[in-house]
Every structure is written in C-alpha cells, then in structure tokens.
Design a protein around this ligand. Structure first.
Ligand SMILES: *Cc1c(COP(=O)(O)O)cnc(C)c1O
Length: 429
C-alpha cells in the first residue's frame, strides 16, 4: 500500500474512497489552475497595497487605552482602502462580527424617515432583526427607518423594472447581498452587481449602495467596490481574516460613509481617532496577506465536494461545473441520517475537537433541530472547515471553508466514508 493510502487508512478512510477522491482531483486540474491564477492576482494586489502603504514592523504591535495615533490601525485601514480601491476603510476589532459591521454601515448612514431598499431579496437571517423585519429591540425600524425589498427573479437575476418602481424619494440606500448565504438562489457575480449598481445610480445618482460582501472576498479579482458600491462590508472571521484574525469586521467605502460609520462606532467627535488595537494587528495583517490563498483553498474544497457528491448522484448547489462567486457549498443528501453522517465526518477531520461528536440540537431562531460540525482555531470561524444542516426537508448540508485544500479534502473524504459506513452510499464509482 502506498504511504498516502496508509495515512488515509489511519483516519478510517478505505482505499476505494481515497482512489475515488484522487480521480476527482485529477479531473479538476484545469479548474484548480484557474483558481490559482485568481489567487495569484489577489496576492499581488494585497502585497502591492501593503508596500504602497509602507507597512512596517511597528504596525504589527497594538495600542492600549484610547488608541490615539495607532500607526498599525491607520496603515491597515489604508491597506484595506487600497485593496478595495475605496477612499477609506474602517477595520476594527471593536466590530464584533459581520452582522455588527452591517448594522454599523446601515445605522450610521440612514436617518429617520429614510427607506432602505434591498434589491437582492430577503437578507441574511441575522439582518432581519437589525432591520426590524422581525421586530427587535434597537432595530432600524425603531429609529424610523423603513424597509422594502425587491426579490431576485426566478433565474437569480435582478428584477430591474421592479427596482425602478420601488425607488421613490424616500429610498436613501440600496442593499445588495453578494452571497446566497443559506438560501437556494445563486450567488451574485461582481459583474452582475456592477450592472445593478449602474442601473440604480442612473435613476438616482445620490443613492448609497451597500454590498454585504460576506464570503465573497478574493473569490474573484474584483470586489463590489470596484464596480460602484459605496460601502463593501464583511467579517474578518470569514475570508479577509485569512483564518488568523480572531475577531473583527470591515467597511470599505467612500469618505462620507466611512466617517459616518466611524462616528457611530466610537462617538461623534472621536470618529476614527480612537480604538485601541490591543494585540490583534499582527493577525489582521498576516491574515489579509494569507487570505487570497486561503480563499482559493476553500474554493477548491467546495468544487471538490460538488464533484464528489454529484458524481455519486446527489444534488450540489452550485453544481460541479458551475462558476463560483462565494465559498459556500450546499449538497442535498435527502435524509436526516445522511446529513448527520456527513457532519460527523467533517467533525472527525478537524484539527481541534475531532473527538467531539456532532449531534442535532435545538437552536434559537430555527424551527427544526440543527447539526453543526466545526473544530476551529477561532471560535465560530467559517473560513475554517465547517458544516451545518437543519434537520428538515430537503436534508441539505451547507459547508464552507478549509484553511488548506488538504484539510478540506480530508473532511470531505471522511464525510463520504461515513455515508458509506451508514450504508447510505453503497458503491463508490
Ligand atoms: C455570515 C454572514 C453574515 C453575518 O455575519 P456574522 O459574522 O455571522 O454575524 C451576513 N451576511 C452574510 C451573507 C453572511 O454570510
């Protein structure tokens, strides 16, 4: 037996599963080469930005207290602005997660009487309470901000006539969510987002366009800010943190939007001038530096999984051959046992907590039990290999991440082996 087979055997993965995985990998060489090319462009973009902004060793040490004159923070925000090609950026450990970054972008740039219009349909679950679609303490609705949405068309494209009709004199901001999140629609490409932005700006040039960029960073060589978004917003424990950022969120955008967000995050009069960075700066810089490669590895894992499971007859979204605009992969497995077996496989492949058994449990905000598998270095980080599934029809599992392709590959092979052990997959083709 060759060494690789022996090593996979130590994880309980049988020869036919390993060899099947290798055949799938071989068939994806050209696809992976394209991803490497995108990662290469993005790596150059990040290094160029770091050099142009004169990142130096002293940037890597943080500040305490008020954080006045924090060189690392100021330079990092300039680096993000360069990478996203925006006037300015706010990149802070005080932004606790993606939802917080999005709330900050919205709340600081909308005033009582304004309307927020989502043109990509229902926003991500956690934003329902931010906006007040589900009544919630402190929501935008409580502060007199109204909300309207235009759904995407059945084919996943923007409904331009309906958008034009919805833009009245109260609409102040347009929201677009790039990733499908946990919906079944396709993820939007940057070029489709650009066309929609051009369309709404032609109707009203003064509209602010905010793009929820979660899971989208570095998947393509362009970002929403390259195609006209006034604010591009995301989480540092997803793509741009490269797996190393232990907390944080960012907003990259126009001078006006970033100033508003800074004054809301800290305080009027203080704005960007305060905010100690404690000891996270090295991780923020190094994570951004690694992010293009990490995102590329996660994408390879997603494409590998789509190909593995489609070949075995399961439904994958996006499909095996489809182009990618975010790092999330959904696979419909068709039964509760199957999603449980899958998630247990992902858990067993983790570097941390591999011995923990993933089990379905009740979760606030869900109407069915949910199973989650993750053994991550950063708690809840979904740029690290993780999977979750609501235990309900159509029994689809969503998974994403993988700091290295080899870890993603191991997780997927263990998930497949588990499906085989449960008798759900009986023959590996
Ligand atoms: C993850 C995510 C969010 C929210 O981010 P959290 O860090 O989980 O609060 C918002 N929108 C999309 C599309 C996401 O994927």
């Amino acid at each position: 037996m060759d060494t690789a087979l022996k090593m996979y055997r130590q994880f309980g993965i049988e020869e036919d599963v390993v060899q099947f995985g290798d055949r799938i990998c071989d068939s994806l060489k050209d696809r992976f080469a394209q991803l490497d090319r995108i990662a290469e462009m993005n790596q150059l973009k990040v290094i160029r930005a770091m050099q142009d902004c004169h990142v130096q060793e002293s940037c890597l040490y943080g500040s305490t207290g008020y954080g006045y004159n924090d060189l690392g923070r100021e330079v990092l925000e300039a680096v993000y602005a360069k990478v996203f090609h925006t006037d300015d950026a706010l990149v802070r450990p005080q932004i606790t997660c993606g939802t917080h970054a999005l709330h900050l972008a919205l709340a600081s740039n909308l005033k009582p009487g304004d309307t927020l219009l989502s043109i990509s349909g229902k926003p991500y679950d956690t934003l329902e309470e931010v906006i007040g679609i589900r009544p919630s303490r402190g929501s935008l609705a409580e502060y007199g901000v109204s909300y309207k949405q235009v759904d995407l068309k059945n084919d996943g494209s923007f409904d331009l006539p309906a958008i034009e009709k919805a833009i009245d004199e109260h609409v102040r901001m347009i929201a677009i969510q790039r990733s499908k999140g946990y919906q079944v629609r396709p993820t939007l490409s940057v070029s489709a987002i650009g066309e929609a932005i051009a369309f709404v700006k032609k109707i009203r040039p003064d509209l602010i366009v905010m793009v929820d960029n979660c899971y989208g960073e570095f998947v393509e060589t362009l970002e929403p800010s390259d195609v006209g978004a006034d604010m591009t917003v995301g989480s540092l424990i997803k793509n741009p943190g490269g797996g190393l950022a232990p907390i944080g969120g960012y907003i990259a955008g126009t001078h006006e939007c970033i100033e508003n967000a800074a004054c809301y995050l800290t305080s009027p009069g203080l704005g960007k001038e305060v905010g100690a960075t404690l000891s996270v700066m090295r991780n923020f810089y190094q994570g951004l530096f690694l992010a293009p490669s990490v995102v590329s590895a996660a994408l390879k894992g997603a494409i590998f999984a789509a190909n593995v499971f489609e070949t075995l007859g399961f439904d994958a979204v996006p499909g095996a051959a489809e182009s990618r605009h975010d790092i999330i992969q959904a696979v419909t497995l068709g039964s509760a046992d199957a999603v449980i077996a899958f998630c247990k496989g992902i858990q067993a492949a983790a570097p941390v907590d591999s011995f923990v058994s993933a089990e379905p449990s009740d979760m606030p905000g869900y109407d069915s039990k949910v199973i989650m598998a993750a053994g991550t270095f950063v708690s809840g980080s979904s740029i690290e290999l993780s999977a979750d599934a609501p235990i309900r029809e159509p029994y689809a599992v969503y998974f994403q991440g993988g700091l290295t392709f080899f870890h993603a590959k191991l997780g997927i092979l263990m998930a497949l082996q588990n499906l085989k052990n449960y008798g759900i997959v009986d023959r590996i083709i």
